[in-house]
Design a protein around this ligand. Structure first.
Ligand SMILES: [Zn+2]
Ligand SMILES: [Zn+2]
Length: 450
């Protein structure tokens, strides 16, 4: 049973750690140990390490640490790509030697070797595809595309005010971000993924999601197949029919009723197979968790980066609302005191007491933090299917915006032509009708060209 407890503890800790990383900065956890843990994990450790290095190795050591941090975290870096390849290829090699080699057995036949290998190949293929894909780089020189991004994602003046990228020198469309690591502006920037050493943005979110789905399928299939293969081995060796005898009491129990004994038996005979299966089980949970988060973001029309921006805006609005509330309470208290002074001692005491009740310790500790604010509407959330369509085929919407812009330009040119023709017509003859006619023709003509 100890092993079970260990596995459950391990999974629980992993989930807790991921939860702290993802949600620890949320205003809900402000001034709680969870926020402190988040700070410690994301910054405190590094600050502490920097302090220790600076104290022990001096300025040179601190500079060296800075350059290591810069190389590892602020520049394109293939370390995690190599780690991914090592994990998948190494895992496949271990699986081949310790689990596939047991096939066929009573519970599984050799077809699984082909299927399993295919799932690994698909994952690797999508890994290469996602790593090499363009995330939706915005180039200052491509004015049409830049304008189309602006039209597709206009500024909302809430989390996306007007901004110019100081590095690329372009007016940044809403939802885009300049990635410091890749040194480029990326449309609908989600996050920079160190595993694929690439940004995930408007143009490659679908590749990234496909990569996640393929990895989830590979890990889940590998974990389940490991259970089936090992179960089949037990069948072949007759373990399912074994009985445990307690010599003290004389009680006989079928061995399959005691999972810890079964696991012990498996670990003794197939240690690597069990380890690989467990690893794939944990990987399945992690990938499923991350994929669910990405799908949730898709459903609510936000990117990972926007989650931070919404959170910051929420935080800022809460602070402002709290300040206003405090000012209101202070003003009320002051007014009550003034009234009390005017009315005399007896009645005044009561009034002050009643106003203090509102701003008492409970409200300052709990209630005052419960000021509610309403966030502005997320104008980029256009319903689940439209959000999904923008992720799956962003170029369709981009092209639509380009066409709209071309049509508008042609219409404007047509209208200018009409004004021109009308003016000259009036000058030559009497009526402006010819001019309107010419304008109408030009408009129709421009429509035809689209
Ligand atoms: Zn930029
Ligand atoms: Zn990047």
């Amino acid at each position: 049973m100890d092993l079970f407890l260990f596995a459950i503890g391990y999974l629980g800790l992993t989930a807790f750690f991921i939860g702290i990383l993802l949600f620890g900065e949320s205003p809900v956890f402000r001034n709680t140990p969870i926020a402190s843990l988040h700070w410690f994990v994301t910054q405190g450790i590094f600050d502490g390490l920097g302090w220790i290095v600076a104290k022990t190795c001096g300025a040179r050591g601190a500079r060296a640490l800075d350059s290591v941090y810069l190389t590892c975290c602020e520049r394109p870096n293939a370390a995690l790509q190599v780690a991914y390849l090592a994990m998948v290829l190494g895992g496949y090699w271990l699986y081949w030697n310790n689990l596939f080699s047991l096939l066929p057995n009573p519970w599984a036949d050799r077809d699984h070797i082909l299927l399993g290998s295919a799932s690994v190949a698909v994952s690797l293929g999508l890994f290469v595809f996602a790593s090499a894909s363009d995330p939706g780089t915005i180039r200052a020189g491509d004015a049409d595309t830049l304008a189309a991004w602006h039209a597709l994602y206009p500024l909302d003046n809430a989390i996306w005010p007007e901004k110019t990228c100081s590095t690329c020198g372009l007016s940044r469309p809403a939802r885009s971000k300049h990635c410091r690591i890749c040194n480029r502006c990326v449309a609908r920037h989600d996050h920079h993924c160190a595993w694929i050493n690439n940004c995930v943005g408007a143009a490659n979110m679908r590749h990234f999601l496909a990569f996640l789905v393929a990895n989830l399928a590979m890990c889940a299939y590998g974990a389940v197949l490991a259970c089936v293969i090992l179960g089949g081995e037990m069948e072949a060796r007759g373990v399912w029919r074994l009985n445990l005898v307690n010599y003290a009491t004389g009680r006989v129990v079928p061995m399959w009723r005691v999972p810890s004994k079964m696991l012990e038996w498996l670990i003794v005979l197939y240690p690597v197979g069990v380890a690989v299966g467990l690893f794939m089980g944990v990987a399945t949970l992690l990938v499923a968790f991350f994929l669910s988060y990405q799908l949730y973001l898709l459903a609510v029309g936000r990117t990972q980066y926007e989650m931070f921006r919404w959170r910051d805006l929420h935080h800022q609005m809460l602070e402002e609302a709290e300040q206003q509330e405090e000012q209101r309470i202070a003003a009320e208290r002051e007014a009550a005191t003034r009234e009390a002074e005017a009315a005399g001692k007896g009645g005044g005491g009561k009034q002050v007491g009643s106003s203090e009740k509102r701003g008492g310790w409970l409200s300052s500790l709990w209630g005052a933090r419960r000021v509610r604010v309403e966030l502005p509407k997320n104008i980029y959330h256009r319903g689940f299917w439209r959000n999904a369509a923008e992720v799956l085929a962003p170029e369709v919407y981009l092209e639509q915006e380009k066409k709209k812009a071309r049509r508008a330009a042609a219409r404007a040119a047509g209208a200018a032509g009409a004004v021109d023709a009308g003016g000259s017509g009036r000058r030559e003859k009497q009526g402006g009708g010819g001019g309107v006619g010419a304008g109408g023709k030009a408009q129709r003509g421009s429509k035809k060209t689209q």
